[in-house]
Design a protein around this ligand. Sequence first.
Ligand code: GDP
Length: 366
Amino acid sequence: MSSIMAKKQSFTSLQKEGLSNLKTTSITSANIIKSNRSKSPSIKKFVSEILAGNISYLSRAITLIESTNKKHQKKANTILEQCLPFANNSVRIGITGVPGVGKSTLIESLGSYLIEEKNKKVAVLAIDPSSKKSGGSILGDKTRMNKLSVNENAFIRPSPSSGTLGGVAKATRETVILCETAGFDVVLIETVGVGQSEIEVKSMVDFFLLLMLAGAGDELQGIKRGIMEIADGIFINKADGENKTKAKLAIQEYKNAIHLFPANKNNWIPKVDSCSAIENKGINTIWEVVGSFVNLTTTNGSFDENRKQQAKFWLEHTIQESVTSLFYADKNVALKLKELESSVLEGKSSPFKAAKELIAIFKSQS
Ligand code: GDP
């Protein structure tokens, strides 16, 4: 019985359809497909195709960035370095808000508006802290962006579904560079407004947009005060139908709240307004607000200064991540770590003394 099953499984679909003797042909073609697939284009080819706006090469380069394979990472780093001189020329916008507030719907309408009315090329990326746990990710369901996902001037890339938040954020920041090289002049980065990921997104965007709902209260929306403080614009979404009056009240509430926050170093006073992503209302206002922000900050120099500080943040962040992973990958450290962990748990050693000892082991080998 099992041998019959094995034989059955070895049939190709063509053989099943009655075309005999195709086994060798099928193996040969499979080998050709395999070898073509494994032939990765040269770095030069990658860079020139990305520069020419080739989406398929852009996607493949992003896959290299997201890969945990050392060879892929090395290649990705060289591609990135060669793309850097062509990057930096987009407006980077972070969009946050609790699930259900309308982020995807807004990105669909804002993206379409920018492409159709403003002649822009729009890239949409995401950072999703929950993707590791759930295996899914925001933007994974592209059906929520029907129009945008088929537009040739839009590029939508879901959040990488594996890796630490820091790793995912780093990959997203590098992806921004590739998208800019490919000619995308607006980059929208979506994130769920519930915590740490906002700080990571803030450190890679120029303008940070917070979407809120009217009449739901901050507590209910799970939006931390800290997130409101880092927003450059707060828009009350779903300001349509019966919600319009509530939205007006909410605008006033948030304007009052903003007055209590410390002033921004860049002299920008965050704007509060409303929109309806579904009815395409207020979408142009969002873009006008972004425009005023860019005008003010480029004039007073804080736009460039912010990007410089962000580069510094990522330098430090990357050093920290790399040193930590080198430390834990060290065999001698790993061996001693278990022993010292037990001592600390049993109260035989202080955590500080144990840490010092481990670092000494690590240092003695480098
Ligand atoms: P996300 O989870 O923040 O990405 O939210 P979605 O974009 O998926 O929207 C959640 C739900 O709210 C969907 O059913 C949308 O159709 C609806 N929605 C989004 N924007 C608006 C809006 O401006 N007005 C109304 N009435 N509904 C909206």
